[in-house]
Design a protein around this ligand. Structure first.
Ligand code: ADP
Ligand code: MG
Length: 287
């Protein structure tokens, strides 16, 4: 049977906007040893602003338009931001085919031309040679009709409470914080160093994130638990693979809320440490 105190703990957590899907997860949180974060939409806001446009044999406005059209069917934070930057209505009749390629970008047929928008991995996969310049932001490369059309550089901001959340976790005794991202090494290292995270792994596909988590699971001590925190865009597999999967409920997709063991309803990152502290307090009462 489940000790009564656990219900108190789950109830108390829910009053703080933390949904814990079972007493086993509430108990496990007290043993959290490694906290692994997704970057985009989790540690960063996921609302990218366009900072530079570098067209190749096309005008700036046309490049932005084709990119926004190609991205128009996706709900990825990058897509939403590019549609917003384009700031005009999308005429859906110009788009005849769309495909989302997780960890890479998107493909769409716009005005009967095939458009690819995404990272270097995506460009390589279609045989287009391009380079990331040393811009500080996330680079969206674009190919139209089989030719390189340039790139749009976008930048995201770290969430206001991210640094406080990391410090609170350290104060709770967590001595290993890790970030996993599909974004470039340059962006990944910049964010992780600003937050003082211990480790960062970049340029990962959703499946690579699962293998990184498996490596980290093998490194921890017997009883310690690995917690993964994500926003649910492309990270449902890794949420399920972790000892405890925490989804940010605010932006989080339904799939993530489904796959997660704990949901932070209002998106506040400091609630991760709060949930660990509620768990420890509950165990002191129960045991
Ligand atoms: P993260 O791991 O930072 O949360 P994702 O796994 O969602 O990011 O995406 C990884 C990378 O794949 C992005 O940084 C971007 O380069 C590329 N990408 C993914 N989706 C899109 C998209 N809709 N448009 C352009 N690029 C994308
Ligand atoms: Mg993500």
């Amino acid at each position: 049977s489940i000790p009564l105190g656990f219900f108190g703990g789950i109830g108390g957590a829910s009053k703080s906007g933390i949904l814990i899907k079972g007493s086993n997860y509430l108990e496990a949180l007290a043993e959290a040893e490694i906290i692994v974060f997704d970057k985009t939409g989790t540690l960063t806001k996921g609302t990218f602003k366009v900072s530079e446009i570098h067209p190749v044999d096309i005008s700036e406005s046309e490049l932005l338009e084709m990119t926004a059209y190609a991205e128009s069917y996706s709900n990825h934070p990058i897509s939403l931001s590019l549609k917003k930057a384009y700031a005009s209505d999308i005429d859906n009749t110009r788009i005849t085919d769309v495909e989302e390629i997780p960890g890479h970008g998107v493909k769409a047929v716009v005005d009967s031309k095939t458009v690819f928008a995404g990272n270097i991995k995506l460009m390589k996969s279609i045989g287009i040679d391009c380079r990331n310049n040393d811009a500080a932001g996330t680079i969206v490369h674009v190919a139209i009709g089989g030719k390189y059309a340039g790139c749009v550089i976008i930048s995201d901001e770290i969430k206001e409470d991210a640094a406080a959340a990391v410090n609170k976790l350290k104060a709770e005794g967590i001595n290993k914080t890790v970030m996993l991202t599909g974004d470039s090494k340059a962006v990944g290292f910049k964010v992780s160093s600003q937050l003082g995270l211990d480790e960062v792994y970049a340029e990962l596909l959703p499946s690579d994130k699962v293998s990184e988590v498996e490596k980290l699971l093998a490194q921890k001590s017997g009883k310690g638990k690995l917690v993964f925190v994500g926003d649910g865009i492309n990270d449902a597999p890794v949420l399920s693979r972790s000892d405890i999967g925490i989804a940010m409920g605010g932006l989080g997709s339904d799939a993530a809320i489904e796959a997660a063991d704990v949901v932070i309803m209002n998106d506040e990152l400091t609630k991760i440490a709060t949930s660990i502290s509620i768990s420890k307090k509950t165990l002191r009462i129960v045991k």
